[in-house]
Design a protein around this ligand. Sequence first.
Ligand SMILES: Nc1ncnc2c1ncn2[C@@H]1O[C@H](COP(=O)(O)OP(=O)(O)OP(=O)(O)O)[C@@H](O)[C@H]1O
Ligand SMILES: [Mg+2]
Length: 337
Amino acid sequence: MITNARALETTYVPQDLEHRDGQISQLATALEPLTQGVGGEHSLIFGPSGSGKTTLAKYVVRKLREESFGVRRAYWNCMSGSSKTEVLHGLAQDSGIGNHLSRDGTATSTFIDEFRETDDHIVAILDEVDALEDETLLLGLGDLPNVTIVAITIDEDDFFANHRLNGRVRSRFSSAETLRLRKFANDELIDILLARIDAGLRPGVIGMDAIEYIADLAAGDARKAIKLLGKSTRRVDRSDRSQITLEDIDAVHDEARQDLRQDHINSLGTHKRLLYDIVSDAEEIGVTELHATYEERAADPKPNRTRRRYLSALVDKYGLLESTGAGRGKNYFVPEP
Ligand SMILES: Nc1ncnc2c1ncn2[C@@H]1O[C@H](COP(=O)(O)OP(=O)(O)OP(=O)(O)O)[C@@H](O)[C@H]1O
Ligand SMILES: [Mg+2]
């Protein structure tokens, strides 16, 4: 019943995007100068989880690369590594420029020099940019004439209200091209699902009632919708039935939620992952003990203020942890499923 398993994966960038024409042309226009060999406009993409930020950025850059020579994509998710060298190394790996440089022991200026010296133009997609340890990297990269930045994060106010945000970064990016994505409406999610069904399933496997039910449960989050579709399809595929029912969708709902959570955990970089694991192993842990355990287990511990940022991102932004109390009386725990 499955004709193309890839189409049911959440990481798949579809051939065509649904209901984002306005934003696609907005970003394409900002990057358009690259086709003439000059710098584009730095851009910011905001929107809730599952609204298609990452997909939109990758899609527009892919199109641009199909249409013109000398444009490179450099993608990095700052949650997976947020120090300057981790980010630069990630960008080098994805773009192929400076990809011979090792992550450990290469000066940040060496990476920057590699980028400056290439004849190509680089679109640097910095996903989950709020996780960056040092936002001045946005200046170091963004000031290069042949680098255009597309920075992605969930919350606009949060990004600009960040009291630590360097003044020059703030003013540089307050005039950036800004894309604001909203949660998908119910009928938009249905169109997204229909396109995946068309691309990935034999006709007749799923009826309109089941598609509407998935869209309802996903509540505007396209990743959740696709996950539910993929899981319920595989459930039916394993049975001797040939149609997805509402019960199939209910049966995979909890597992789909856990899966999405696990995907998120898997994307954490070393230090955030370590903090998460310490809390998860202990079930509940006081902040003092958490820091002590971290210092014991980390090869090269981050300073206190960095850890505090990581922890607050794990709690507030990603909902992977919860906390009670304040100051030294603060406790962290993993929320009930
Ligand atoms: N316009 C679209 N048309 C069709 N599918 C889409 C569209 N936008 C996103 N998707 C699909 O929805 C899923 C979620 O999109 P994406 O990962 O880009 O969301 P996001 O906003 O980056 O979320 P997060 O903040 O959690 O990273 C992906 O599987 C993607 O393929
Ligand atoms: Mg994303």
